[in-house]
Design a protein around this ligand. Structure first.
Ligand code: FES
Ligand code: FES
Length: 204
């Protein structure tokens, strides 16, 4: 099949590619550009694992041909720490959304996380102080099989706090009381999910 030459600015760098017209954007990103932080969960537009930020919108890169992204500007999760917002929070180098996921325990296996982060960025760029309902609506096209979504919402709220110069909450996973409990032989869930589970020695 004939190849088509395209140019995509990815994470601030212009990249030239020669692709078959049928090549999906997600495959071009992962295999031709070696940016494997963008995941493939379904290839059918259902899971959102492949979400990237293209020209100011969150798009599912399995639903686009690479040639449709010609001359566009794409940000993947690998580029988040290079954006101007990086370092606005408590960390020197992470983007506030990345920091939120880290501090609020917004991931478990992490498979959905890059897509969730890109969806969160698209939301906060348009609405820096969304309500919980708006966050939930925004990530409704992104599936997570692990977290129950509570901490994903809190992670994006954390970033919204940073964006709006509010003090974000302390990290529940770095709470000293929980560390003490673990040292005493008990172990609190620590995920910040509100479950109040305290695993004693016999349950571990
Ligand atoms: S891989 Fe694109 S939506 Fe699932
Ligand atoms: S953290 Fe495992 S799928 Fe979301």
């Amino acid at each position: 099949m004939s190849q088509k030459d395209i140019t995509i600015t990815v994470n601030g760098t212009e990249r030239e590619l020669s692709v078959e017209p049928r090549r999906l954007l997600v495959h071009a990103i992962r295999e031709d550009l070696d940016l494997t932080g963008t995941h493939i969960g379904c290839d059918t537009g259902n899971c959102g694992a492949c979400t990237v930020y293209k020209d100011g919108e969150a798009v599912k890169s399995c639903l686009m041909f690479a040639v449709q992204a010609d001359e566009s500007d794409v940000t993947t999760v690998e580029g988040m720490a290079d954006l101007p917002e990086a370092g606005m929070g408590r960390s020197d180098d992470l983007h506030p959304i990345q920091e939120g996921f880290r501090h609020m325990h917004g991931l478990q296996c992490g498979y959905c996380t890059p897509g969730m982060i890109m969806a969160g960025k698209a939301l906060l760029d348009k609405n820096s102080d969304p309500t919980e309902a708006e966050i939930r609506e925004n990530i409704s096209g992104n599936l997570c099989r692990c977290t129950g979504y509570q901490n994903i919402v809190k992670s994006i709220q954390y970033a919204a706090d940073v964006y709006n110069d509010r003090e974000p909450p302390e990290s529940p996973v770095e709470n000293p009381q929980e560390q003490e409990a673990a040292a005493d032989g008990g172990f609190e869930c620590g995920s910040g999910c509100g479950c109040d589970v305290d695993f004693g020695e016999e349950d571990r």
